[in-house]
Design a protein around this ligand. Sequence first.
Ligand code: SF4
Length: 357
Amino acid sequence: MDLPGLTDLLAAWGEPAYRARQLFGWLHQKNAGDLAEMSDLPKALRRRLAEETDFQPLKLLRRQESAAGDTVKLLLELADGEQIETVLMLYRRKDSRDRATCCVSSQSGCAMGCAFCATGQYRRFRNLTAGEILGQCYWACRAAREKGFAGLSNVVFMGMGEPLYNLNHVAAALAALEHPLGLALSHRRVTVSTCGVVPQIYRLSEWEQPVELAVSLHSADEALRRQLMPGAGRWSLAQLMEACRAYRRRTGRRLTFEYALFKGVNDSPSAAAQLAALLTGEDILVNIIPANPVEGSAFTAPSAKTIENFTAACRRLGIHFQLRESRGQDIDGACGQLRKRNQICGDAFAVDPAFGE
Ligand code: SF4
């Protein structure tokens, strides 16, 4: 419920408008986990809210933390029993502001069927509501604060699902995240990722507050990309590039392409040459990410030597890229894996009962 919605609800209960602003702040800025925390709301109002509303749409099922303590993965349950994943990545920096990035899911599975992705195996799924998207951010925000960070600094829609197929709820969630009485996150700190749903890229480019756009490319070879990403393969690379150019023209925002490196699949110097040919004349940064291993999948990361050869070829060919670390390998870092493991292993991981309190 946005602020006008809360204001209407409380007005119908005979409450003044400032109560709605107080409640909005408790929910969206302080991320209260319990009505008892909302100490400046009258008890009678808190009682009524407890009886007639539900402001915790997600239940924490499991939490995994990397050995370094800089990546936290959360498995959350929706009211209908579906499970989703959220990842918090923490970066301490000497020369600039610390960063706490939350990677959220936008759907509880995915129809795009990418061959390397655990989430693509869940065919029974639905779009998440704005409340369920925000619920993930707020669980992550509480975890970041527990670790001494001020809160979330960035939100990326790179978790489970294709966010461009759930744009209305993504937009509503962003409005709350950007609200001055909420986390006041700038839209410049929000990245929406897509596997390349061309018509929706045009829709996204019409947003008044443009966000960063990251496109999962993974191969510049049309046939190979169609094999790797059958859902995205509905559109040709030429159509995808045209949509990306239009996004850049309309929003002025620079795009990034994600290129996960898979051993023996897209990691050769000739694959780098195809990438260079596709990107000639384009102002696009490529994030090269050695693949996160997925249990039971044939897709693995190349050796350090192969990665070095691939990036050396990219450098020679003038590709503007950065080699990104693959976070959380010790905690089922790739999306959809924790949910999969939870269903296979049952009680193998216990949630710290104090977490988030
Ligand atoms: S990689 Fe993304 S788009 Fe592809 S199946 Fe997984 S969640 Fe869906």
